[in-house]
Design a protein around this ligand. Structure first.
Ligand code: 6CS
Length: 313
């Protein structure tokens, strides 16, 4: 059998590292029964289009980032909320692997013909801009590109920014032509998409993690024979520590590369500066609760409690 696996990121990205390792492990564990074909970003369409291809079973696997997917599954938008996750990303990784919130979320995916296979952090979201952003007032009228989910758009509107939702593929030209002032993504992505070449500032505020989800089409998943499903479940479980380490390494290495190759100003907000963003950043939570309803609220409350508990351990 051939499993087609589409990425929302280009070759050399965290998602690509995942897919390459996944391919090797699946092909080995299935003893040649399964071939995995990888389609990097650009081959089949935007993130939203990739999700549609999986929903209609035209391809079997894709990454579906909540920053886009929450337009279809508002509950997934929980991963895009600001100041929810722990400052310690190891805590986040642990919670994402265990929390009951993920089971609830999985129901919401199933209703949209998607099987949730994994929740994967890819690093801290970092702002880049043609201006420095150190206090909420600096966001006033700032034309920031966001992913396409309304929850994210409202979160940035809460800061007073002028959010512009766009597909990933349109960000570089938007920045270059000055149609947008800035964008937000993990460091590895800022490097590989060359955003740092057309921006003056890079601001680390640790307001959110970039978290993606790995999905399969429900029909594909339920149609697997027992052996194949076991192989898939085992491999996706065992990939967790692999990709967690990989994303840390990618983000650290690419930061060094950006420092070496450009004179972009890199700013890390102090705890005090970050705290000033908190009340506005948390406005997005209200929008999330409205859009994601009762189940969404329960997912948020459960995650929040699990993060607190894990921080205390
Ligand atoms: O900003 C985006 O749209 C994309 N960013 C990353 C790092 N991965 C996929 C996502 O679609």
């Amino acid at each position: 059998d051939t499993w087609r696996f589409a990425l929302e990121e280009v070759s050399g990205s965290v998602q690509d590292a995942y897919a390459q390792e996944f391919k090797q492990r699946i092909e080995k564990a299935s003893e040649g029964d399964i071939d995995v074909e990888i389609y990097p970003y650009g081959a089949l369409g935007t993130s939203s289009q990739l999700t549609e291809l999986v929903q209609s079973d035209a391809i079997q696997l894709t990454f579906a980032s909540p920053g886009h997917l929450a337009s279809v599954i508002p509950e997934a938008g929980v991963f895009t909320l600001h100041f929810l996750f722990s400052d310690d990303n190891a805590v986040n990784e642990k919670v994402l692997g265990n929390s009951k919130a993920i089971d609830m979320l999985s129901e919401a995916y199933t209703e949209q013909n998607l099987q949730l296979l994994g929740v994967i952090p890819e690093g801290w979201m970092v702002w880049t801009g043609n201006r420095d952003i150190e206090k909420p007032a600096d966001m006033d009228g700032f034309k920031i590109r966001t992913m396409t989910s309304p929850i994210l758009v409202e979160t940035y509107r809460g800061y007073g920014a002028n959010p512009t939702p766009l597909p990933y593929s349109e960000v570089y030209s938007g920045l270059q032509l000055g149609q947008i002032d800035g964008q937000v993504n993990p460091v590895f992505a800022i490097e590989e998409m060359s955003f740092y070449e057309v921006q003056d500032y890079m601001i680390q505020a640790k307001q959110a993690q970039f978290i993606t989800t790995l999905v399969a089409s429900s029909d594909f998943y339920s149609g697997l024979d027992d052996d194949q499903r076991q192989v898939l479940d085992k491999v996706t479980n065992e990939m967790r520590p692999y990709i967690f380490e990989k994303q840390e390494q990618y983000n650290a290495d690419r930061l060094e590369k950006i420092k070496k190759d450009s004179d972009i100003k890199i700013i890390t907000l102090t705890d005090e500066q970050r705290d000033a963003f908190r009340p506005e950043g948390e406005k997005g939570w209200k929008v999330f609760r409205e859009q994601a309803g009762e189940r969404g609220s329960k997912i948020l409350d459960t995650l929040q409690a699990d993060i607190k508990a894990a921080e205390g351990e």
